[in-house]
Write a protein that binds this ligand. Structure first.
Ligand code: GH3
Ligand code: MG
Ligand code: MG
Length: 348
């Protein structure tokens, strides 16, 4: 991560010669995209998500000011910093108007190579700093996956979205089994190595862009799975469980330890007004501890018969049906625990 990533700049100018000059000045250090009209600029800004925009003011179809106003009005492009490019003879008014509309800086034409390079560099560095500090606040430094705060934001968003779109949302919560023993046997640094290995397995299991693997704290991890129904979530949980069990953890001296095992609680809901996000998380947590009490190294997802919402179904025809095994979901902790065979979740 030490490397500074290659940033992308969108240069907007109706004159090809100006774009060529900017290309010559900037393309060594940055990826340069170009647009020759206001409309093209707006669509490129939205589709290609540049990190910085250099925007000419005087253009035939839409003025740079109109483009700037439009960029700031759209959620997808609002945050992209814009440097306006002003021609001769503006008397400072263009710059002033640009700042008023939300530009971060200006460059004047004809271009002075050193000034263009310096201004762009300043803003790219600022963007880089902001990204890094955002990253520090949202990612766990040990494992480099999302942290709790990141997860809290995402689950709130995905919960609302699932409710709106009537799609199932699944969540797997897991805890390392007997981690104290592992730490005691191999030492705390090796315990950290195990956590990193587990985080990697979780990240790999979170395959879709909207999936989120998170370190919830200590030795607890989770995976949030939007648009994923109960049986798909169970499959993923079981795959993770098996993968952790199978994976050896490298040691500092070039050897390896057998990995620990994990227990997973699994919950799926199509949220409606009746369900609360709090209850969703608590259910995953309760099922995790149910899996622990039933012998560890297993997945528990309730029996899935209690509520259609829990099966990730959008109709609630089965609501209230009491058929099926006596093992209820979240709150029945007891004798039937043994029924949850190793690695099996859900209804027999
Ligand atoms: P159980 O199967 O019931 O979960 O047993 P356990 O020993 O894993 O449970 P417990 O919660 O009692 O112990 C958790 C241990 O995890 C205690 C703590 O020292 C260790 N731990 C928490 N965070 C870290 C960490 O960042 N690094 C390391 N190496 N150990 C950690
Ligand atoms: Mg534990
Ligand atoms: Mg614990």
């Amino acid at each position: 991560m030490g490397n500074v990533p290659r940033y992308t700049i969108l240069a907007v100018d109706d004159e090809r010669s100006n774009l060529l000059v900017l290309n010559r000045i900037l393309s060594l250090e940055y990826t340069l995209l170009t647009a020759k009209s206001g409309q093209e600029a707006l669509s490129r800004a939205e589709n290609d998500a540049p990190d910085l925009i250099l925007l000419d003011i005087i253009m035939p179809d839409m003025s740079g000011f109109d483009v700037l106003r439009e960029l700031k009005a759209r959620e997808e492009t609002r945050e992209i910093p814009v440097i306006i490019v002003t021609g001769l003879g503006g008397g400072g008014e263009d710059e002033e108007r640009g700042f008023f509309l939300g530009a971060v800086d200006y460059i004047s034409k004809p271009f002075n190579n050193a000034i263009v390079r310096a201004r762009v560099k300043t803003h790219i560095q600022m963007i880089h700093q902001i990204r890094m500090s955002e990253r520090l606040g949202l990612f766990d430094p040990l494992t480099d996956i999302a942290n709790r705060r990141n997860f809290d934001e995402r689950i709130a968003m995905e919960w609302r979205r699932a409710k709106r779109e009537r799609e199932p949302l699944s969540f797997l919560m897991m805890d390392v089994d007997k981690f104290k023993n592992y730490n005691d046997t191999y030492g705390h640094p090796q315990g950290d190595a195990l956590l990193k290995t587990i985080a990697r397995i979780f990240s790999a299991a979170a395959r879709r862009p909207s999936d989120l693997a998170v370190r919830l704290g200590g030795e607890e991890f989770g995976v949030l799975l939007p648009k994923t129904d109960r049986s798909a979530a169970l499959n993923i949980a079981e795959r993770i469980r098996a993968e952790v069990e199978r994976t050896k953890v490298p040691t500092a001296d070039g050897g390896e330890t057998t990995s620990a095992t994990i227990s997973i609680g699994c919950v799926t809901m199509v949220p409606t007004e009746r369900e609360s996000m709090q209850q969703f998380i608590v259910t995953a947590d309760e099922r995790l501890y149910y899996a622990k009490r039933s012998g560890r190294n297993r997945v528990y997802a309730g029996d899935g018969a209690a509520d259609a919402a829990e099966r990730g179904e959008t109709n609630s025809a089965a609501d209230g049906e009491a058929s099926g095994p006596t093992t209820a979901g979240a709150d029945a902790v007891g004798a039937d625990a043994a029924e949850q065979k190793n690695g099996q979740g859900g209804a027999p």
